[in-house]
Ligand binder design. Structure first.
Ligand SMILES: Cc1cc2nc3c(=O)[nH]c(=O)nc-3n(C[C@H](O)[C@H](O)[C@H](O)COP(=O)(O)OP(=O)(O)OC[C@H]3O[C@@H](n4cnc5c(N)ncnc54)[C@H](O)[C@@H]3O)c2cc1C
Length: 240
């Protein structure tokens, strides 16, 4: 049944739904340079023994061996996160449609741990905790606005207006869902831009909500490709 009562979330969902990705995939792809078809023998070997090769490829930015793998994630996050996410063109995406289905009333409200106050200059903002009054204002304003826009959406649908027209009143805080597929090189590029990390040789200042998605993507990937992940971190979180 379609939901009509608004729900409010301050988290995001990331689930690894399908994968074909391991450190071995980097090794056999790299070794074709010197071993030709015998590089497939790498599939039987312990990748730990070739840790140094992965580190060398990462350090010297030989990126293509990191492309022979695939990870598909289910992501549910606010539309403003998807707008940023979809700028990453070397991923593949399929997203739910506001033309073909009635959009569910799930909306983003920042949690109490989300910093609210911005300082610094464009491109290098720092965010500081909000006061309890600011958090109360943000929560109440957002919830009120979301309820109002969703009520207008439903009113138009009930009057027979097409979903693709009525959806114009819905805000970017509405949750959407998608499948997103990438290889580890594309993921490293994404992580280098969408996380703020002290180990980064080139700092980035992403919006917190896409960083919440990025942190979950990184945790799932690190389990599949631990040596590649370790080399990425050790080499300043720069995509090869
Ligand atoms: C902190 C932050 C703030 C941002 N602010 C803004 C903003 O204010 N306004 C805005 O519009 N965007 C903004 N962006 C988005 C940014 O400009 C990029 O679009 C986004 O980060 C995707 O990066 P990408 O193009 O490198 O990635 P991808 O599209 O995944 O591409 C990966 C790599 O492939 C290569 N590539 C892909 N397509 C091409 C191409 N057509 N030509 C040449 N090489 C290509 C490049 O080497 C590229 O780095 C921001 C991003 C960040 C992280």
């Amino acid at each position: 049944m379609t939901e009509t009562e608004p729900r409010f979330r301050s988290d995001v969902t990331v689930e690894l739904v399908k994968h074909n990705a391991s450190d071995r995939d980097v090794l056999w792809a790299a070794r074709v340079s010197t071993a030709g078809e015998q590089s497939l023998d790498e599939l039987q070997k312990d990748p730990e023994r070739s840790k140094g090769l992965i580190n060398y490829l990462m350090r010297d930015r030989h990126g293509s061996p990191f492309e022979h793998n695939s990870m598909t994630f289910f992501v549910s996050a606010p539309i403003f996160v998807f707008r940023e996410f979809h700028r990453h063109r070397v991923w593949s995406y399929n997203e739910e449609s506001g033309r073909y289905r009635q959009l569910e009333p799930v909306f983003y409200v920042p949690g109490t741990d989300r910093n609210l106050v911005q300082e610094g200059r464009p491109g290098q903002y720092n965010f500081l905790p909000g006061t309890p009054e600011q958090h109360k204002l943000v929560t109440e304003s957002m919830e009120q606005s979301y309820r109002q826009s969703y009520a207008s959406y439903l009113e138009m649908l009930e009057a027979g207006v097409a979903r693709e027209v009525a959806r114009a009143v819905l805000p970017v805080g509405l949750f959407s869902s998608m499948y997103a597929t990438c290889n580890s090189r594309a993921l490293m590029h994404f992580l280098s831009l969408r996380t703020k990390n002290e180990d980064a040789a080139v700092p980035s200042f992403p919006q917190r909500e896409i960083e919440m998605v990025a942190e979950k993507l990184e945790a799932a990937w690190a389990e599949l490709m631990p040596l590649t992940h370790a080399a990425f971190v050790a080499n300043g979180r720069v995509s090869p």
